[in-house]
Design a protein around this ligand. Structure first.
Ligand SMILES: NC(=O)c1ccc[n+]([C@@H]2O[C@H](COP(=O)([O-])OP(=O)(O)OC[C@H]3O[C@@H](n4cnc5c(N)ncnc54)[C@H](O)[C@@H]3O)[C@@H](O)[C@H]2O)c1
Length: 238
């Protein structure tokens, strides 16, 4: 496939490296110094665009792909309040859009496990849930998009928690979501259920950014030639 990479930062470079090993070609790289390349006509030649930039730039980049008729895989986090509108535009313009706040297969299995576990824990109020996420110091959004999805999986299934807060909550009805920023950690998410007698824990640790890049390239291979709005569940069938 011919790919366009929008956002040639840490993820963009990792995606390029992985895409080349899968036999794809990168025909366009757009970063903040050459955004006009998005309207140069070059984008139209791509089979799929992969968008990993910043919360403030994702939406306009995705719209540029829709206008060019190029399916877009987006992993940029921190702009979820606009996601519904982008999905609406995708359908209205009959384009293709694949979004995931986390492209790792392991994390997407953890999303399922988390919702199921929270449903079970609804019956055991002696267990207090808590979510911790650790990421590298360059991350712009906090909590992570993955942590928000996990937190919603808990609050949506445990009656005694009706919302989450991004600090130690100290309140019965609010789930504590703790964000830590350390060195170059690619992404760790830990859910603990603590009772006075024991602790049950599920966790996911990304070992490098390659796990997200490989998932994003798989998503690009999946979306090529399709129309509509897609998520990891469509790709993984879990
Ligand atoms: N969904 C996932 O699995 C996943 C995994 C890792 C990171 N991310 C997210 O992906 C995004 C990028 O992460 P990163 O680690 O590569 O960050 P980064 O800061 O290394 O790279 C972002 C790049 O976007 C460029 N950019 C800024 N404005 C732009 C514009 N208007 N047009 C084109 N490029 C522009 C920046 O110059 C930079 O090179 C973040 O939101 C991060 O949270 C998602």
């Amino acid at each position: 496939m011919k790919l366009a990479i929008i956002g040639y930062g840490k993820m963009g470079k990792e995606i390029e490296r992985f895409a080349l090993t899968r036999g794809h070609k990168v025909i366009l790289k757009v970063d903040k110094d050459n955004p006009d390349q998005l309207s140069s006509g070059e984008l139209e030649r791509a089979d799929v665009a992969l968008e990993f930039t910043t919360p403030g730039t994702a939406e306009s980049n995705i719209n540029a792909c829709f206008r060019a008729g190029v399916p877009v895989v987006c992993g940029t986090t921190g702009w979820m309040e606009r996601l519904g509108e982008v999905e609406r535009m995708c359908k209205e313009m009959n384009q293709a859009f694949f979004y995931a706040s986390n492209f790792s297969i392991g994390v997407n299995i953890m999303f399922r496990l988390n919702s199921w576990l929270a449903g079970v824990m609804n019956r055991f109020p002696e267990y207090e849930p808590r979510l911790t996420e650790v990421h590298h110091i360059h991350k712009k959004d906090s909590p992570s998009g993955t942590a928000i999805t996990l937190a919603e999986g808990i609050t949506g299934n445990i009656d005694r928690k009706n919302n989450w807060i991004n600090k130690e909550s100290g309140q019965e009805n609010l789930l504590s979501v703790i964000s830590e920023r350390k060195g170059e950690v690619p992404g760790t998410h830990v859910i603990t259920y603590s009772s006075p007698l024991d602790v049950l824990e599920i966790s996911h640790r990304a070992l490098s950014r390659s796990v997200f890049a490989s998932g994003a390239v798989m998503a690009a291979e999946f979306i090529a030639g399709k129309k509509g709005v897609f998520k990891m569940n469509d790709l993984l069938d879990i």
